[in-house]
Design a protein around this ligand. Structure first.
Ligand code: ATP
Length: 510
């Protein structure tokens, strides 16, 4: 194969902490290299070096046989290296056409011309996107496709994808993979970062394991197992935990009766018991997120009733929900401009409940912060450092830990394990179980079916705005959930989810 990128002995630091200690690997045209590593291992830092956003302390890189030392994203882009970051930086007001061609030399062209070019590109790649749609109304999977099309528009030879599939349901991942295979068929190369070990096996040709600042191993994806990858990452066998079955108590904490929210959900009725983990799943626009937002006071309900601990409540705002001891971890934070310290963020949940009134309180709260940082293996040299100094996964752990400490009766978590590594997932699950044992009711909104089946006592499935089934853990599995999510489409055998199983199981790249 034709060598595209060669990386040798790359070293890089953040705040004098050595993160990369001599990374080396190479990549060929038409190849997908999976990159895995625990949270804070340095994957994003390495990609920042490759895209000119972080200058290395040493080492050499060559691209297509030439020395490659980008010092900005633009410089990397000019050499044909493009990045799709963990959090897409999309302007919600832009149209799909504009978003695809942004920052390319074509961006200044009149809109009708851009629109026509975008429509052509969308048809060539074979995805379902409206060039006139505003990016803000697209679901995450569609936004991911916009970003991939941007790479084609930029004529990137090397595409770096940093956890783009995190929290995407399996059928969307299959569509994304199909597009990526098309790109590599055109001779482009891809570096693909993910924490999903089954996914990396199905999409990559080779898998590089980043550990302790170096590429510890590079494996042939078709020759390794998920267990082998997990062992390389964790340096121990993953813990096996029992699926939850019976509840310790059957005392009802939440009762939702005939709840409707605008056009998004209709007549939803269910209860959640003390100490229960209640899962919620559905395809895009099935109404799951509207439901959790209504329960968290973020969205107004249009009719129906919500009862908390036997009392009917009127949740007009998040403050009302907090007052009723309902906590909510949303999909993403909206306060982009704030960058609190790690300690402040972790203390926030506690302060709202208890208030730190004395020096002793403050000391014990700081001790609590250190305990959480150690327990969740958050990699930081300084708990007074800002949240932006954390890796993506460690950032998510802090957001989650803050709510776990917030002394809620009902905790609503949307995609809590997004971006966190498999070792941290085990820890999170253990912590959720401990919370349940203290009587907290948890609503877990997720698109990860194996996580739902592994963690939840019962799982509510939504389709087209309705709650179509509530499955007890003992009676369900991933196929049953997909069946309820898709309804008739599943029965026809034409469902993307069914196809995705075929795609991911059989189309290992050769
Ligand atoms: N801006 C920054 N300032 C200081 N330290 C940073 C900064 N960005 C990252 N770090 C540190 O560098 C280390 C590596 O972070 P990086 O984001 O590269 O990890 P990662 O492997 O991508 O992790 P994840 O899987 O969680 O996304 C982390 O310990 C992080 O705290």
């Amino acid at each position: 194969m034709d060598l595209l990128l060669h990386v040798d002995d790359i070293r890089a630091s953040h705040d004098q902490r050595r993160i990369l200690r001599g990374v080396g690997f190479s990549l060929h045209r038409g190849e997908i290299l999976g990159l895995i590593g625990t949270n804070g291992a340095g994957k994003t830092t390495l990609m920042d070096v490759l895209t000119g956003s972080h200058l290395p302390n040493g080492g050499r890189m060559s691209l297509a046989g030439e020395n490659f030392n980008p010092d900005s994203l633009e410089a990397a882009q000019a050499c044909g290296v493009g990045l799709i970051p963990q959090n897409f930086r999309l302007d919600p007001e832009q149209t799909v056409a504009k978003a695809i061609f942004r920052r390319t030399f074509q961006a200044a062209k009149p809109h009708p011309e851009l629109r026509a070019q975008a429509a052509k590109l969308i048809a060539e790649v074979g995805v379902d996107l409206d060039p006139d749609a505003k990016v803000g109304v697209l679901v995450r999977a569609e936004q991911a496709l916009v970003e991939v099309l941007r790479m084609v528009a930029e004529e990137a030879q090397l595409v770096i994808m940093d956890e783009v599939a995190a929290s995407l349901p399996d059928h969307d991942v299959a569509v994304l993979h199909k597009v990526l295979r098309m790109l590599t068929g055109q001779g482009r190369a891809i570096i693909y970062i993910t924490h999903r070990l089954d996914e990396v096996r199905s999409i990559a040709h080779r898998i590089a394991v980043l550990r302790e600042g170096v590429v510890h191993r590079i494996l042939d994806a078709s020759q390794c197992t998920v267990e082998e990858l997990a062992l390389l990452l964790l340096q121990k066998e993953p813990e096996s935990s029992d699926r939850p079955n019976g509840l310790l108590e059957d005392q009802e904490v939440l009762r939702v009766v005939n709840l409707s929210v605008a056009e998004d959900i209709r007549d939803v009725t269910f209860t959640v018991a003390k100490g229960e983990i209640f899962g919620l799943v559905g395809t895009h626009r099935s109404g799951t997120y509207a439901l959790v937002e209504a329960l968290a006071g973020v969205r107004a309900m249009t009719c129906g009733e919500i009862h908390v601990n036997g009392e009917q409540v009127d949740l007009q705002s998040e403050t009302d929900a907090r007052h009723r001891k309902i906590g909510f971890l949303p999909d993403s934070d909206h306060n982009f401009h704030e960058d609190p310290s790690i300690a402040e963020e972790l203390q926030q949940g506690r302060n709202r409940q208890a208030g730190a009134s004395s020096v002793e309180d403050e000391v014990s709260q700081l001790r609590g912060v250190i305990d959480v940082v150690q327990q969740m293996r958050i990699k930081t040299g300084n708990i007074q450092g800002t949240m932006s100094t954390l890796s993506g996964g460690d950032h998510q752990k802090v957001r989650l830990a803050r709510w776990m400490a917030a002394e809620c009766d009902i905790l609503i978590l949307s995609h809590p394990s997004r971006g966190i590594d498999i070792g941290a997932k085990e820890i999170v699950y253990r912590m959720l179980r401990e919370l349940c044992e203290t009587g907290v009711a948890i609503i877990l909104h997720s698109s990860d079916l194996s996580e739902l089946v592994g963690w939840c006592h019962r799982i509510g499935v939504m389709r087209d705005g309705e709650l179509v089934s509530i499955e007890a853990n003992a009676n369900t599995n991933e196929d049953v959930l997909v069946h309820h999510m898709l309804g008739d489409k599943f029965a026809s055998g034409n469902s993307p989810a069914r196809r995705s199983k075929g795609v991911t199981d059989t189309l290992l790249p050769g």
